[in-house]
Design a protein around this ligand. Structure first.
Ligand SMILES: [Zn+2]
Length: 194
């Protein structure tokens, strides 16, 4: 239970990361963060929290302690947004594109998706967010080693860096139903996976 995750909001209630329940509890105990009740949005400090009754996620129990698992915490001071870059991986490109082929719009099984370099690498195209898109195997084969013009193909969405926070694992975002109301729709899309 201590290794499950809590959603972290900055003091403006913008989600900035996920953390382990263990760390969330430490932040609360040091009064760096308060726990947000996911139904009522009430913020409880440490003292109030340990006296609270249980809801959805169950309770943490041990020798000398017994209190509800914090699912969402809000930082008291920090109002920023940590600049952690989302790592450029095939998986993250698929997440950014909502697991959709950026040419035909189909969403086959994620194993049947690949990465297409919009400007082929053989023509100097970069291997990065601005030049890589998700493609199905058919479209990838059809485009082959050509640019868009030569292949007479169009992109549904021009590629750009993803906009979910680097400190947040999109796969975790779908983990807790109670988190959903705190997350912008575009981050939830990134969480759609197999
Ligand atoms: Zn396609």
């Amino acid at each position: 239970m201590l290794d499950s995750h809590a959603l972290v909001l900055n003091r403006s209630w913008v989600p900035i990361s996920t953390t382990t329940v263990r760390r969330a509890v430490l932040l609360m105990a040091r009064d760096v963060a308060g726990a947000v009740h996911p139904e009522t949005y009430e913020v409880a400090n440490w003292a109030a929290w340990v006296l609270r009754g249980s809801f959805q996620a169950g309770r943490l129990r041990g020798i000398g302690f017994d209190f509800p698992v914090p699912e969402v915490i809000v930082l008291r001071q920090y109002g920023g947004f940590p600049e952690i870059q989302v790592s450029f991986t095939r998986r993250n490109v698929h997440r950014r594109d909502g697991y959709r082929c950026m040419y035909c719009g189909k969403r086959p099984h994620p194993d049947l998706l690949t990465i297409d370099h919009v400007i082929p690498r053989s023509r100097g195209g970069a291997h990065g967010w601005g030049n890589c898109v998700t493609a199905c195997l058919d479209c990838n084969a059809r485009k082959a080693d050509r640019n868009l013009w030569d292949a007479r193909m169009n992109l549904l969405v021009p590629p750009s860096p993803p906009d979910w926070p680097g400190g947040m694992d999109p796969d975790l975002l779908s983990a807790r139903p109670t988190w959903q109301r705190f997350l912008p729709e575009r981050w939830r899309r990134a969480a759609v996976s197999s």
